[in-house]
Design a protein around this ligand. Sequence first.
Ligand code: PLP
Length: 395
Amino acid sequence: MSAVELYFDYNATTPVDPEVLKVMAAVARDTFGNPSSSHCFGRPAEAVAATAREQVAGLIKAEAQDIYFTSGGTESDNLALKGVVLPLLLKGEKPHIIVSQVEHPAILKSCLFLEGCGARITWLEVAPDGTLAPETVAAAIQNDTVLVSLMLANNETGVLFPLSEISKITRARGVLLHTDAVQALGKVEIDVGTLGVDLLSLSGHKVYAPKGVGALWVRGGVALEPLLHGGGQENNRRSGTENLPGMAALGLACEILSANMAAEGRRIASLRDKLESELDKALDRQLTFHGHRQCRVPNTISLSVPYVDGESLLAHLDLENIAVSAGSACSSGEHRGSPVLRAMGVDDELIQGALRISLGRWTTQAEVDTFLEKFTTVVRRLWAISPLYQKISYS
Ligand code: PLP
């Protein structure tokens, strides 16, 4: 990455850690055997897969045998939801599923698909600060609810859902609980035992491993129909010859996080908090920050700049070689802007000026200082040509 480019979009994807890259290349070059082959090329490949499984399991305090490698977070989410619900639909049942309105499209669209197949979905509202009360989940559970799926950390705001409290409720009611932990992994401690969930999705490219690899953790004893049928890899739950370099990469990425996550999180949180308060001060306290202030991952800022359009702000920042995200824009055109902020009840005008800024492993103090200076300059330039801003400030 060139020195003049400022990457503040770690929630979109992360650069691959150089150590991870080395291991990936070594596995691709030296351990090219098929892990299913019983000869001298297959055995080392199988050993690489076994180590990777241990490393991923280690980060979430799980058993290695319960980790199933996939192609990423989207596949893990699809496998969790469809794997649990499709067998019931095929039996002619009309099972009930509960999700929040702020889930990733991998969950929301899987639910729409399952709804089309006969499932009933409850889409839970969240509080204005993006949190979700366990009682809201409890109240939504029906006699035939089979699955609750709630993200651990939100990709746009970083807000955390209280999964360990929610799991007490789902367990007592005999309902399975899946969590999309793609944005939480490596940012907060995850212990599947304490969390009490039954299925957990994760993705490599959010944790300094490459794109195209992820995993689903499934508690022992949970029945799950595979989506991919074939050679029976991953204990019959995900057929297809293994992406061994990707698995080794995700394994090492998880091991690095197991060792460094706490210190890394503290460093990133202190940069994030400083950036947030300095931005607020530099722009005359006119910014609106979204999401619960404490109950969130350490790296994410979700904010709205009044009187400017987020997309044009993004474009102007891009001209300064600053990468941030405007949040996922709905493609229909009618409801532009972040569905997550919409679900939190944020005003349309503020949604239009919303940005997500996310920091990570290689964000430095110097980068934060340059970001602050350039961001402030760009916003003031846009305010200077905004008729609305002029009207408000001179009225
Ligand atoms: N879930 C969440 C919360 C995400 O943020 C993402 C990616 O942005 C995904 C799922 C999808 O993961 P992947 O890109 O590995 O398919």
